[in-house]
Ligand binder design. Sequence first.
Ligand code: CP
Length: 319
Amino acid sequence: MINRNPQLDSHRKLQHLLTTEGLPAAILLQILDTAETFVGVTERDVKKVPLLRGKSIFNLFFEPSTRTRTTFEIAAKRLSADVFNLNIAVSAQTKGETLLDTVDNLAAMDADMFVVRHAQSGAAHLIAKHVRPGIHVINAGDGRHAHPTQALLDMFTIRRFKREFHNLRVAIVGDILHSRVARSQIHALTTLGVPEVRVVAPKTLLPSRVERLGVHVFHDMKSGLKDIDVLMMLRLQKERMQGAYLPSSEEYFKNYGLTPEKLSMAKPDAIVMHPGPMNRGVEIDSAVADGNQSVILPQVTFGIAIRMAVMSILAGQPV
Ligand code: CP
């Protein structure tokens, strides 16, 4: 049988985590269920387990990150792995070394796993295809393409607060066009059986033919947020915008910024999520970001357990 999914081996076991697209529900649920057991570990006084003792994990972040990089490092340390953060700014990349030469040299130092963030879509796939069997690659965000561990921690957060996926209406609001997070969320939500996923954005911030991903498209908050259970807000990714997508940040906030008034259009017990970094006063008002429906900081905390789960599954270490 031809293996069409490079993340899975011939026994359909996870070898790399590159995207949520095409991952079977059983694997998504395996990661969520494994993360549940690690939440218990993260709440103990001694937060370490020996599952990855002796393993070497290299964090290769070619783009800035606060949450993803730090929680991967915490997760690896809690699994007792040895963690190495390559400082790209002072690495031989600045002297013209290629990405794959860098990877080969770190593999020669007995790397077991690479966690990769890169501005180019496909960078993690390229590394996964290049490394020898037994080395695992986790995509920590590539260009506009995918951010699978963010989507998984988002699914974990939704399940924690809403229990089930099959009865939810979820709205993803904002700059869908430039968002790797939105793509990974949409694939995960639809695979896990969420019956109604909406995207809410101006036309200029939506990919063409986005409906083909199985989402319902809305251009105004009033209809887009009606009867919603989960709101997933997105940042305006100005660093990826070339040209004018919007009249101004102020105009965007007026129409799409999540204020208490707009939030009142959703169900009264709706939760508000944001992957971070947030731009307060652009896509979200502080009264909502810090309000009692916000689960933005729990998302960050659950990211540790999700990343522990992904790394332990890839290393073939049952909990
Ligand atoms: N959500 C997210 O990817 O945040 P960072 O860029 O801080 O890692």
